[in-house]
Design a protein around this ligand. Sequence first.
Ligand code: ADP
Length: 595
Amino acid sequence: MEGRLRSWFWALAAGAVLLIPVVERIASRNALAEGQERAETTLRQTVNALESHLRRFEALPALLAQDDDVGTLLATPGDAGRVAAMNRWLAETNALIEASDLYLIDLDGNTIAASNHARADSFIGQNFSYRPYFTAARDGGSGRYFALGTTSGVRGYYFASPVRDGAGRVQGVLALKIGVDEIEAGWRARDYRILVTDPEGVVFMSTDPGWLYRGLLPLTADRRARLTETRRYADADLAELPVVSSTTGGVALMRLADGDGAEREYMATQTPMPRAGWTVRVLLDTAPIRAQARLVVLAVALFLLVGLLLAWTVAQRRARLAERLAIQAAAQSDLERQVIERTADLTQANADLHRMQADLVQAGKLAALGRMSAALSHEINQPLAAARNYADSAGLLIDRGDLPRAQENIAQILGLIDRMAAIARHLRNVARKPNEPLKAVDLAAVVQDALGIAQARLVAAGAEVTLDLPADLPPVQGGPVRLQQVIVNVLSNAADAVEGLADRRIEVMARAEGDEVTLAIRDHGPGVAPAIADRIFDPFFTTKQVGSGLGLGLSISYNIMKDFEGDLRVANHPEGGAVFTLALRRARVRAMAAE
Ligand code: ADP
């Protein structure tokens, strides 16, 4: 990977790792703050419910204390009939107001009538002089107290009010006890822990029964003495509840053991209820909160991981791409270099080739010139020498007066001159005009004309010509006179080839195939030796004796065929004899129309 990218990636990874603790702090703080809000709401609701519950009963003892029968009974405590009537009334009233117990106490603290008079653990005859609610009411105030019933063992809140006579003197105390079990039971269904403590820090209401009658504050001797004196918790076994308190980010935390002994951490909110002298606490288990924060951290970590992986992949891909591009660029420049080298080589080779071709052409020209001079000197020297002889003889014969024989010699000389003139004519043909316009030519007609011209030569050689010319031959592209010249040439060569042989057949055959029309002329002569096959089209190449050929026929014919955009080919027939093939192009329609 590219160095710069790599360092970027590692910086990113380090940033991500550093980010985790920050995220963790923020997440747990947020979760705790949210939890605290919930806990505080619960706390408010709990306190409100408790207060309204207490308020419902608060004024009742004072109200009931004003009843005349209450005062009368206190004035005449021994009257069994009145006691029974009072018991009934208290029971009815108690049921009506839905309290736990309602009872009447005399100034000594002895209970003289009670709503629970019928029960085995009835309050009647019990002395409550040690209870602060009694003393407060006896002294003219209103008593409020929370305690565990000494008789019933049932927790309750006590309200008490003095009963006064007409002069306003306190005659006794009317007390009302309400239970808290129901309220407490209502808390249990929630996922909060609720604790209510008394001024001494002892838990007397709790969602967790294991915490009941446990002190959140150290149980000092003072506290113990006060609790024993008022017998608030009767004979309940008091103990301290080990609590470790701390705060995180303004949130109060408490660690304490549950009833099952497992220690847990709670987020704690608390508020006092001054009138009752209570403190209400709502505890929220921090484990789910912390788990939620951890989940957030995990999610963020996962997100970062995915991001990093993505970044890594992208970086890798970019690096690979860069590498590939570099390789491509290297390959490209390599290729370019090779192309330049090859081009240079090729240019050199081309130049060499051109030079070689030029050399060859030059050599070819020289060779042709050499052959031509040889041929011409043979062809002309021989008749010249002969003519000179005839002229010498003619001179001698004239001197002798033998004019008829001298005339004969002169005729011979004329014949030789004619022959030389024929050679000159032949040479003129070499300097033909190559660019005559091409026309559509009827091949069969041209073949017939050529046969007519070559007739004398063919007859002289004793050749037997057979013709195979299809009637529907298409017209071909060429010039009629030049084409005829070519055919005459080839026919003459064939006549030369078969002359003096037993088999003197010459077969002329035309065929049209696709765009090409061919005319094959086959003889039954010796054929063309492979060694000279590629030289017979050269000018002045001949295997014939002096006076029989200039070696120009095939050369001229070949060039004419090329002018017609055709070809002249030679091959040996498998059964002997040479086959000369004139390949011609089918005439184009436009050319036909032009004719
Ligand atoms: P020339 O007939 O004057 O020799 P050409 O160019 O017509 O010149 O022919 C060149 C040579 O090709 C001939 O000398 C001969 O060797 C060879 N040749 C041409 N036609 C035939 C043929 N039908 N059979 C065998 N050889 C041939």
